[in-house]
Ligand binder design. Structure first.
Ligand SMILES: [Zn+2]
Length: 262
């Protein structure tokens, strides 16, 4: 009689080993991590573990058997809280700049205690905060600026070669998500473009009628529709185009030379 080993045995043994290792490593970690401290910004600056300003530290975990929580900074008592929510506030400026450990000791109803795993933070000086902030802001501003340049470039390219004059007078334009405006130069309604350069008072955008750039603020749709209708009337000769003053004519000539090169 031959001694045959079951082919599944090595696989089962391997699986059992893997599971044992998994539980051996995960279960104690779970038990240890039953409680943890959470540090939140109330007012100030936080970039990962680099913080400066007013912060709160709170205990996360089952609160039912807790008698009190002692919050600690570098092992020194910060506050003892004996009522939920187990939370207290601190100012980083109260402490020397540099690395600090924040944690908590939990005292249970039965008198036993448990120390929560510490979290490390860098308390920044005012100068370091500015440095860290510019590390975040400078690339951000660069991206925003890049998008603006791209937007304006796209507008110029899109506008190039388009005959000035644009849509027929009286045409109902479709105003997209950027809305529509009345061109301050030709006084005709025009859609605003998503890529327009956003300024506080409006968008620096290109008129689809006269092709000129100006700051255009968004108008309500009924005003735009009325402007379309009025435009049609002017074309039909029903309305009167206002006579231009000498100053206006001069300014238009100047604008023309400034904005239209070709
Ligand atoms: Zn215009």
């Amino acid at each position: 009689m031959k001694n045959k080993t079951c082919p599944a045995l090595p696989i089962l043994t391997g699986l059992w080993l893997a599971l044992t290792l998994l539980f051996a490593s995960v279960i104690p970690a779970l038990a240890q991590d039953g409680y943890r401290v959470n540090v939140n910004k109330e007012f100030g600056f936080a970039n990962g573990s680099e913080i400066r300003g007013d912060f709160s530290i709170s205990l996360i975990g089952d609160e039912s058997n807790i008698a009190s929580v002692t919050f600690l900074i570098d092992g020194q008592e910060l506050a003892v809280v004996s009522q939920a929510p187990f939370k207290t506030n601190f100012k980083t400026q109260t402490y020397p700049n540099g690395g600090h450990q924040l944690n908590a000791a939990v005292t249970f109803m039965d008198g036993t205690t448990q120390t929560v795993e510490a979290k490390r933070f860098m308390f920044l000086s005012a100068d370091e905060e500015r440095g860290s902030m510019s590390e975040i802001l400078v690339p951000l501003l660069a991206v925003v600026f890049g998008l603006m340049v791209f937007g304006i470039g796209a507008q110029f390219l899109a506008g190039r070669g388009k005959p000035a004059g644009g849509p027929e007078p009286g045409t109902a334009r479709s105003y997209g998500i950027a809305g529509g405006s009345i061109c301050p130069r030709c006084k005709r309604p025009t859609p605003r473009h998503v890529f327009g350069f956003n300024l506080v008072v409006g968008k620096l955008d290109r008129c689809e009628n006269c092709g000129k750039w100006s700051i255009m603020r968004a108008y309500p749709i009924d005003v735009l529709r009325a402007a379309e209708a009025a435009e049609f009337k002017v074309e039909q000769g029903d309305g009167l185009a206002p006579e231009k003053s000498e100053e206006e004519k001069l300014r238009e000539m100047l604008d023309d030379s400034r904005y239209t090169k070709d």
